[in-house]
Unconditional design. Structure first.
Length: 78
């Protein structure tokens, strides 16, 4: 829950969600950065990119965690 004070001095509360870490979501990753910290994220990225875990980790090490950069790197490797 995040609290915010508007310009008129009204206190607002709103619930925030972090979709990237929503473990109930299945299928293709829904963000632009690849995280190797959770097994399910590694599995989902491997499925989405059509690569092995070792290939994914090597790609992230080579070009960083941008999904676009990793996708391009893996395409050049094939």
């Amino acid at each position: 829950m995040a609290l915010n004070v508007t310009a008129s001095g009204v206190l607002e509360a709103r619930k925030e969600y972090n979709v990237g870490d929503d473990k109930t979501k299945r299928g293709a990753p829904d963000n632009k950065l690849i995280s190797l910290g959770q097994d399910y994220e590694v599995r989902d990225w491997c499925m989405a990119l059509g690569c092995t875990e070792a290939e994914l980790r090597a790609a992230v090490k080579a070009v960083g965690n941008s999904a676009v950069a990793v996708r391009e790197y893996l395409a050049k490797k094939k």
